[in-house]
Design a protein around this ligand. Structure first.
Ligand code: 5GP
Length: 244
């Protein structure tokens, strides 16, 4: 069931944003589309959007409670959440605890290597360029973020890593890496501040069962490892999320 009769503001690979009924809000609709390799691989996976909506609601609430401001306001129904309208900063921050994925390919390091401290990487959010790797000089020189915004995004990314690592450790899941996006909103004095945007779900985290190392995230789809919904459902049920 969806509430929405409003205008589409943006459609991405996995979500649609509509204008919300109240000012400065949007409705974020979670689609069942799964893509990999910059959308070279695509499938519709029934109910993926529902699972991501519930898992992201759960994790955003925890993150907000721990002091990182987020765009999340409330879940409206199975597929939609009400969020604050932000101006997205076109930089994806990836935090890595163990080596897998693109960092292994790029530097030839050992798969599953545990890092001494989490590594933060930045990517330019631009599908037509294939989300290229950035360093901090690029972000500042191209004015994608101000120096204080970059510092706060790094601080929040590491704080989110700690919050999520603790949550997942409790349910015997290793948080290998994840991607976050931030946006700017104005406070009541018209001053910009940074909040967490997008979603936090198995679509943008790597989650491995601690004992078996079984993949419980989108790598199931990327690498054809089995049934994606089984993995996402496992994450939701270990978190204690009940989906109607
Ligand atoms: P990698 O750079 O190894 O491909 O991805 C690192 C982490 O960031 C993984 O958890 C991956 O799911 C997430 N990630 C990186 N880029 C994207 C993206 O464009 N979309 C999504 N959903 N996740 C991403």
């Amino acid at each position: 069931m969806v509430t929405n009769i409003n205008k589409i503001v943006y459609e991405g690979k996995a979500k649609i944003l509509y204008n919300g009924l109240e000012p400065k809000t949007l409705i974020q609709y979670f689609k069942d589309d799964a893509t990999a390799n910059n959308a070279e691989k695509h499938a519709i996976i029934k109910s993926k959007g529902i699972l991501n909506n519930f898992i992201s609601e759960y994790l955003m609430n925890k993150i907000e409670l721990c002091g990182v401001p987020t765009h999340f306001i409330k879940r409206i129904n199975d597929r939609e959440q009400l969020i604050k309208k932000v101006k997205i900063i076109p930089v994806e921050l990836v935090v890595r605890n163990k080596a897998t994925g693109s960092i292994v390919k790029r530097y030839g390091i050992k798969e599953s290597l545990q890092f001494n401290k989490p590594i933060i990487e930045f990517f330019y959010k631009n599908d037509s360029l294939g989300d290229p790797l950035l360093n901090e000089n690029h972000i500042l020189e191209f004015d994608w973020a101000k120096p204080n915004e970059l510092e706060i995004m790094k601080y929040y990314a590491l704080k989110i890593n700690k919050i999520l690592t603790d949550i997942f450790n409790n349910i015997k899941i290793d948080l290998i890496d994840f991607k976050v996006e931030f946006g700017r909103i104005k406070d009541n004095k018209n001053k910009d501040f940074i909040i967490l945007a997008d979603e936090i779900s198995p679509d943008n985290c790597r989650l491995w069962d601690t004992d078996t190392k079984k993949r419980l995230d989108k790598d199931i789809f990327r690498k054809d490892l089995g049934d994606l919904i089984d993995g996402y459902q496992e994450v939701a049920s270990r978190l204690g999320i009940k989906i109607n």
